[in-house]
Design a protein around this ligand. Structure first.
Ligand SMILES: [Zn+2]
Length: 331
């Protein structure tokens, strides 16, 4: 009931990605009452992206028949290292030119609503923990496989961000010494082996070397517009090559899971992101099997490895959870 709600009842969650920006308005019961989406267009430069974030927030609020005056806070999940107290994006490998961007300051000036910026992996695990797992498990590890690989940790019931607020960079665990180069400058990172970017690179390189695959029949030789869903299609039509590439990525995800379970022994490891959403049926059993093979005996006992059902909504939900928490603190 919008008319009975006060200002503090509404928050907006924003998922800032390399290709698209999603915004969702949530009411006091954390139900999503309006959403909006725009493409990021990072190549147009920083100011243009900030402008687009402001616009998608306004559109989502308009969709919910509300005004910005009724919004208590805006949470934003950004793909990179974040200085949380300052609300600055320190570095975002998938957003061209993003270095030390004072996102909180810029948006608060435009929208006149408190803004809270957090790393997108942290945001996603927060969304899954609160909205999907109902806050029950005390310890949760989130692994989100998309353009890159993001991660987040809930430890003792709270988001764990570490000494310098950089914890949870699961995608940059080195799983193969001298492996393929990663966007962070290192070699053999988890992200360089099993992200969508890594999977697509492996496929394209093999085709160049003469590998035959149904993918070129579906999309043409240059694989323009290749998506994770095309990989699923090819596998289901019997493409053994694509099946092998995906199996190998799933094995790396399983190995990463085993490492994390050995270190943290959480109740739940939750997997999400575009690659998992599209290829769940193909990947989950390999991930679970490999994790069990590699984990130290006894450490996997009772540990659940699940695929998130929130899909694309994990980001906006988590960002809204953050906005609610922080706005309450500030009030
Ligand atoms: Zn890396």
């Amino acid at each position: 009931m919008a008319e009975a709600s006060t200002k503090s009842d509404y928050v907006v969650g924003v998922d800032l990605g390399g290709t698209k920006i999603l915004a969702g308005v949530f009411n006091g019961s954390m139900e999503c009452v309006g959403t909006s989406k725009v493409s990021t267009k990072a190549q147009r430069g920083l100011d243009a992206v900030v402008e687009r974030i402001a616009r998608v927030v306004q559109d989502s609020v308009d969709e919910a028949d509300l005004s910005l005056k009724q919004v208590a806070g805006i949470g934003i999940g950004a793909p990179g290292a974040v200085d949380f107290p300052a609300g600055t994006v320190i570095f975002a490998p998938n957003l061209e030119g993003w270095k030390d961007v004072p996102l909180k300051k810029a948006l608060e000036k435009q929208l006149d609503v408190p803004v809270f910026v957090e790393n997108d992996g942290n945001i996603a695990v927060l969304g899954v923990h609160v909205a999907e797992l109902k806050g029950k498990p005390r310890n949760v590890v989130g692994i989100f496989v998309g353009t890159g690989i993001g991660g987040g940790l809930i430890l003792n019931g709270e988001l764990y961000s570490g000494y310098g607020h950089t914890a949870g960079e699961i995608g940059h665990m080195v799983l193969q010494v001298d492996g393929p180069k990663c966007g962070c400058g290192n070699k053999g990172c988890f992200e360089a082996l099993a992200s969508r970017t890594a999977i697509f690179q492996q496929i394209k390189a093999a085709i160049k070397d003469g590998q035959k695959t149904l993918l070129t029949e579906i999309l043409g030789e240059d694989l323009a517009d290749l998506r994770s869903g095309d990989l699923r299609k090819a596998i289901r039509r019997g493409d053994k090559f694509v099946d092998r590439v995906i199996e190998s990525a799933a094995e790396f995800i399983g190995i990463a899971t085993a490492n994390l379970v050995n270190v943290l022994n959480p109740e739940v490891v939750v997997l999400g992101g575009g690659v998992i959403d599209a290829l769940q049926d193909e990947m989950m059993s390999v991930i679970v099997e490999t994790a069990n093979d590699y984990a130290m005996p006894g450490t996997m006992k009772g540990v659940e490895i699940i695929a998130s059902k929130l899909g694309d909504d994990a980001g906006i939900t988590g960002a809204a959870v953050l906005a609610r928490k922080e706005a309450k603190k500030a009030a």
